[in-house]
Design a protein around this ligand. Sequence first.
Ligand code: AMP
Length: 280
Amino acid sequence: MITLPNISAMRKWRVGRAAVGFVPTMGALHEGHLALMRSARAKNQSLVISIFVNPTQFGPKEDLVHYPRDLEGDLEKAASAAVDAVFVPSVEEMYPAGAQGAVMPGPLAEGLCGPFRPGHFAGVVTVVAKLFNIVQPNRAYFGEKDFQQLRVIEQMVVDLDFPVEIVRCPTVREVDGLAMSSRNRYLSPEDRQKAAAIYRVISGAAAATQSGERDARAMARTARLALAPIFDRIDYVSVVDPVTLQEIERIEGEARIAIAAWLGTTRLIDNGPLKVGGPK
Ligand code: AMP
């Protein structure tokens, strides 16, 4: 495995390679990231990941400075997933002084996390567009854990004609159902236990759909009531169309329940599918 510290090294590595799989990350790697890498490994001749804590997707009051960083541990984990190359650019190289261009996401970025994290998705699509231009992958792998991010990136690739196949990967969870996240390490032991309630509520909503519940608003209300006593703050509980991410009134075919809630200073997000007539 080779570490590529800058754009020119990355471009040189890319030359002459066919079927390049790419997993962009912000590091502090966990099993969720590694699952993306294993999927990519199985389908592509070459596998490159990036580790870059992208400042433009953090708001001024967010946790950029405290975002977990562990390059040495990350390189070991990447090597264990048979990654060929790790692109680790500096902030100065990705955003040299005077940089001002950006990619604008559309309405997909406006709901769910959008109002709570102004500018976040513009930062995400801008850095992903830059990474795609630098790495030029054939396939790029993203987790359903960040479902809105995934949809925004899928749309960007269509809108801007990137020749990249976006591959969706299922959310990897802890034994109690908590979605793995680099931020989980900041939860106190007590909050860590509470955090599993999000998945219980998502599973409950999926089961309710199976039992015939079709009223999306009622389902969101019930879920919010279940979470309210446990969490310090709830940003949203929404039942949305899985393509447009618009809130829906009736659950028909497929929908998605999405949740963002706080324990102390840690913001947790998660989501899950609601399927009418699907498996229990
Ligand atoms: P991040 O490092 O948090 O920016 O995440 C990098 C990629 O890993 C994104 O595509 C995430 O959606 C994905 N990811 C993060 N956590 C998980 C998880 N628990 N299961 C599946 N994918 C994940």
